[in-house]
Design a protein. Structure first.
Length: 349
């Protein structure tokens, strides 16, 4: 009965150490869903699922109705498994009191799971959610499942290839993460696809470039890199590709801004004599450590003043996109021109 992590939850499920109440939250969507399904698989007999499994969208169902089902006895023994997804518990003090009272005496035959999938559950500076977390920790287990580190993702890819009789180097596994992003589900799909393609051989960087799905982050990184080099042709080619793929302009601008923020953070840290790792720890780049490596390499060609001017341009573009009816494509193209000129230290005003 405590706050635990993914490793402890995995061990408990495997050993059959099942609690009557679970709170599952955190940043890693795929793993949260995976462990919810593992708990269901462990505690719900398929033959009686229609009677003993109750799933609720927390946004649509009052807590009182949910708890009535949580009090039911299971059919033919086993467990009464109640899964509640994304309940906005901090919106109502009455709901919090109702839930806390229920958790004080959960029926022995009930497995009650609160799962936060798309809705954020952040206890920092939120006394209501902290009280809910503590109530679950006393009644059963509260589990925070956050994104895995890059080294963990690399191990997952290397081992995944090995299980499929293929091989990939550590460096190329890192390159796959930089190319396809750190989403576990995407990386597992890419690992399976690339392993099938090489059919027992080695997954090289050329094969990754040829076959791997490229994330928006990776495409925008290519765009930013071209801008910093003053490569107009490549920059506009990548931008046109993003438009062709129907990527939302505000999302493109957001990711571009993120690239410049990463560089600014690393640049300032370097001036202060701090390593890039400190930036990663302070701003939480878990699973995206490659971003800081890229930023550290790319910001060498830009001064702090250039980065600040670039961030000003990006902020102005963001304000225009959100507050005017101007063609968003034109706004992005003009922004690219300004960033290219800043990279060349050319004044455009």
């Amino acid at each position: 009965m405590a706050q635990i992590g993914e490793k402890e939850l995995k061990q408990k499920i495997k050993s059959g150490d099942i609690k009557n109440a679970y709170l599952i939250y955190g940043d890693e969507g795929y793993l949260k869903e995976f462990y919810v399904n593992q708990l269901k698989k462990k505690n719900v007999e398929p033959a009686f699922e229609a009677f003993n499994y109750h799933c609720f969208n927390g946004k649509d169902t009052p807590l009182g109705d949910i708890l009535k089902d949580a009090e039911l006895l299971p059919l033919m023994g086993g467990s009464n498994f109640v899964l509640v997804c994304d309940y906005p518990i901090d919106k109502s003090a009455a709901d919090i009191d109702l839930l806390k009272n229920f958790l004080k005496d959960v029926p022995e035959t009930t497995i009650f799971v609160f799962w936060y999938d798309s809705l954020e559950f952040e206890t920092k500076n939120n006394a209501k959610l902290k009280a809910v977390l503590n109530a679950f920790a006393k009644a059963g287990d509260a589990i925070r499942i956050d994104k895995r580190s890059e080294s963990d993702l690399v191990k997952m890819i290397v081992n995944g290839c090995k299980k499929r009789s293929a091989s990939i180097s550590v460096d190329n596994a890192r390159y796959l993460i930089a190319t396809s992003g750190s989403d576990i589900k995407t990386l597992l799909n890419e690992t399976e696809k690339l392993s099938a393609y090489v059919s027992g051989g080695e997954i090289t960087r050329d094969i990754i470039n040829m076959l791997a799905v490229k994330s928006l982050q990776a495409r925008v990184y290519d765009l930013s890199k071209a801008v910093m080099k003053g490569d107009y042709d490549t920059a506009y080619s990548v931008l046109n590709t993003l438009f062709t793929l129907k990527e939302e302009p505000t999302m493109i601008l957001s990711v571009i801004s993120g690239c410049y923020v990463d560089m600014y953070r690393v640049k300032c840290a370097g001036i202060a004599g701090m390593p890039a790792e400190d930036v990663g720890n302070y701003f939480n780049y878990t699973g995206r450590e490659f971003v800081l490596r890229n930023a550290m390499r790319d910001c060498a060609s830009l001064s702090v003043s250039q980065l600040r001017n670039s961030l000003d341009v990006l902020m102005q573009a963001d304000n225009i996109l959100k507050s005017s009816a101007i063609d968003k494509k034109i706004v992005l193209e003009e922004t690219m021109v300004k960033l290219l000129l800043i990279s060349k230290e050319v004044k455009y005003d």
